[in-house]
Design a protein around this ligand. Structure first.
Ligand code: IPM
Ligand code: MN
Length: 332
């Protein structure tokens, strides 16, 4: 089966790291058709394009999307703050219903856990607004949207993941001592779904405590489920404790498969090192591995995973590392 893959290199180091991921994809021998999309801050600055509706419609017919990074393309070159991040990344996640953001952190013995981040709701939903803007009595509100459906499908996905690990342990991370409405919905839903997974042991940590545990005793965790904003912050910390953000990969999944899922490294465009063949492509390559896994290419995914296990062994330039991983995959 030939997979139809959309490729968005984006800005800064995005295209460089994605080129190495595609090199590794070629090494697996998996058949695919590739369509490139020239999007990102550089495109916006050139002609005002963010994400045309017809492109989004075209994506619905694809099997997966691979994305490098979008945002500032070069030192000192800035698009309006957050415009392309919201207009491309968040629009993709929301409109293609990629409701799971799966971020694994595997660098034993430093880390061996994964975070399941809800990807379409919470404070990211854009609820809120200004009153009396620009006056001394100005008010800004920013709500957190938590639907039973959205929380339940995320929690259920997390239980399925935890049921498939060796340790079979799932931790809910929230701030239910203060966020009493959202926290209550999350914990009640978690407890109800837990009844259907008696083989999975469960726990709960407040987000602030989880930050300490990430640094001091990450072995406490196996699978973690959390809301959109907590997950955003916690996964940057996860990258930092698991060898650096250069190894942090992510899968934006539509598990119902009503649209393509999107795979991207957690890191940004790093404009300070763009174009210098310096960026570590491992995060993009592990994102490719997550894509292969989701597309049912288990053998190819296993070969990439084996080549990226112990990634600290790879040194050198972006292209050196891509070549070495591709060679390891070819000889697998
Ligand atoms: C991430 C990023 C995005 C997010 C930004 C770029 C909108 O930080 O994927 O973690 O906040 O989700
Ligand atoms: Mn983030």
């Amino acid at each position: 089966m030939t997979h139809r893959i959309g490729v968005i290199g984006g800005d800064g180091i995005g295209p460089e790291v994605l080129a190495e991921a595609l090199k590794v994809l070629d090494a697996t021998g998996v058949a695919y058709d590739r369509t490139d999309y020239d999007l990102g801050a550089h495109r916006y600055l050139a002609d005002g394009t963010v994400l045309p509706d017809e492109v989004l419609e075209e994506w619905r017919g694809l099997d997966a999307l691979l994305l490098g990074a979008v945002g500032d393309p070069a030192p000192g070159v800035a698009a309006p703050a957050g415009l392309v991040e919201r207009g491309i990344l968040l629009r993709m996640r929301f409109d293609l219903d990629q409701y799971i953001n799966l971020r694994p952190f595997r660098l034993p013995p430093k880390a061996d856990f994964e975070v399941i981040r809800e990807n379409t709701e919470g404070t990211y939903a854009g609820e809120g607004g200004f009153l009396r803007k620009g006056t001394p009595n100005e008010i800004a509100t920013q709500g957190s949207v938590n639907t039973r459906l959205g929380v339940e499908r995320c929690v259920r996905f997390a239980f399925e993941r935890a049921a498939a690990t060796d340790r079979r342990h799932l931790t809910l991370v929230h701030k239910k001592n203060v966020l009493t409405f959202a926290g209550d919905l999350w914990q009640r839903t978690f407890d109800e779904v837990a009844e259907q997974y008696p083989q999975v042991s469960t726990g709960y940590d407040h987000i602030d405590a989880a930050c300490i545990h990430f640094v001091e005793r990450p072995e406490r965790y196996d699978v973690i489920v959390t809301d959109n904003l907590f997950g955003d912050i916690l996964t940057d910390l996860g990258g930092a404790v698991a060898g650096g953000v250069g190894y942090a990969a992510s899968a934006n999944l539509n598990p119902a498969r009503t649209g393509p899922s999107m795979f991207e490294p957690v890191h940004g465009t790093a404009p300070d090192i763009a174009g210098q063949n310096k960026a570590n492509p491992i995060a993009a390559i592990i994102s490719l591995q997550l894509m292969l896994d989701f597309l049912g290419e288990a053998d190819a995914a296993a070969a990439v995973a084996a080549a990226c296990d112990n990634p600290e062994r790879y040194t050198g330039s972006t292209t050196d590392i891509g070549d070495a991983v591709a060679a390891a995959v070819r000889s697998a």
